[in-house]
Design a protein around this ligand. Sequence first.
Ligand SMILES: [Zn+2]
Ligand SMILES: [Zn+2]
Length: 145
Amino acid sequence: MEGTCLCGAVRVEVKDDNLFGGQRRGHVCHCTNCRKTAGTAAATNLLIESDKVVLSGEHNLKEYIDTQTLSGTPLSRYFCFTCGNPIKSVTSLYPGKVILKLGIFPKIPVPEWESFASQRQSWEKPIDGCVQYKTKSLGEELKIE
Ligand SMILES: [Zn+2]
Ligand SMILES: [Zn+2]
């Protein structure tokens, strides 16, 4: 399944047959910076090996280096410079991997986990069956009482 930005200049194909096969994939991120760039309460992301991601129209991507991260490690956020659609993020915290913005695809799988769950909005509920990470993905888990 192919993902595209709003204007169609950037196209993304993931070489992973299981991505839209019905199983849980990806995560919801509640961090402030994902929220801002997505313009929504939370972002739907996929942490995946970068060699599985085929991008076309890469020349149409602009990089924003986000230095205001909780870890202090800069994170490169890439978006289409024509339509402003966020496409992917890259950080040295996840070597060899890329964080894809799942909103560019025609559908979004049920997520595996939620990151920055401690920053979830008061009116949002945890998603059933999702592992809850207090802050970053695969970090410390948040136990829900
Ligand atoms: Zn675009
Ligand atoms: Zn985030």
